[in-house]
Design a protein around this ligand. Structure first.
Ligand code: COA
Length: 247
């Protein structure tokens, strides 16, 4: 019997055996999908396309069976652990990470559902500690500059499945407005952003809030399910409460 055996299963998982005893099982993240997409690195002075053998910024993965999608990443990004997944029959979608500056996307998956013309833009100095983002049906989602998104954030720019009016057979749950998170917004942990959501610049969203519609007033806190304005005339800073009290 072999001392150390590594087996690759058809579903992509790997099992490791030591003296015939399974000691680990994991799925390796790899970016086979990169081959079929157009990936560009850019900064304020130039933009260049990178190809399969060239390194993407560390820990950015591209997967899925979709083809001809575009990802543009700022060269100064500190993006970490981001996976873009382009589902089968996904093409001509655009994803821009203009994230020069701060850390963006620690444990973030961006999933493009079948279709084309979807667009995601994430602005400068925006920090996302953990998010799952679904985009599909030609929808757009933009997250502004200087935002702080906590962890376990879920963004559904599309419902995914159809709801029909039984008498007319018409679709009633298509996206009517692009999803927009303004500049300088703080989304507390476990915020859920549904289709048609817009929040103005300088908005705070309380933990566990479900955002479902458009808010135009700035400097507010939105809380609850469905999210409603809970406080007005407030602002925030990334400084911790400890730092604030000791300065
Ligand atoms: C947004 C937040 C910071 C606001 O704090 P605050 O201004 O001190 O708000 P308060 O505690 O005074 O609450 C005001 C009201 O909103 C309600 N409320 C507070 N948090 C709420 C929430 N997450 N969902 C629904 N209602 C909430 C309170 O019950 C209170 O209601 P009342 O006026 O009927 O009594 C806080 O609610 C929150 O979400 N904290 C978690 C932040 C987070 O996710 N941090 C992770 C680090 S990135």
């Amino acid at each position: 019997m072999k001392f150390f055996v590594k087996k690759r299963l058809p579903n992509g998982r790997r099992h490791i055996y030591l003296c015939g005893v399974k000691i680990a099982s994991y799925k390796k993240r790899f970016d086979a999908g990169r081959l079929h997409q157009n990936v560009f690195l850019f900064n304020d002075h130039y933009e260049k396309q990178i190809f399969y053998k060239q390194q993407l910024p560390k820990n950015i993965f591209i997967n899925g069976e979709g083809k001809n999608n575009t990802i543009r990443i700022h060269t100064n990004t500190n993006a970490r652990r981001i996976e873009f997944i382009f589902d089968k029959n996904t093409s001509n979608n655009v994803c821009i990470l203009d994230t020069s500056g701060d850390t963006t996307g620690l444990d973030m998956s961006v999933i493009f559902l079948p279709g084309d013309g979807n667009e995601l833009t994430i602005g400068k100095n925006t920090v996302i500690n953990g998010a799952k983002i679904w985009i599909g049906d030609g929808n757009k989602l933009s997250i502004g500059d200087n935002c702080m998104l906590s962890y376990e954030i879920i963004i559904r720019a599309t419902d995914g499945h159809t709801i029909l009016d039984r008498s007319t057979n018409m679709l009633i749950n298509h996206q009517k407005h692009p999803c927009v998170i303004g500049n300088n917004c703080w989304l507390g942990l476990r915020t859920i952003v549904n289709k048609n959501t817009q929040i103005a610049n300088n908005t705070i969203v309380a933990s566990g809030t479900v955002l479902t519609k458009r808010f135009t007033e700035e400097y507010v806190i939105i809380a609850g399910n469905p999210g409603k304005i809970m406080k007005t005339n407030v602002t925030f800073s990334p400084m911790t409460i400890y730092e604030f009290l000791n300065n």
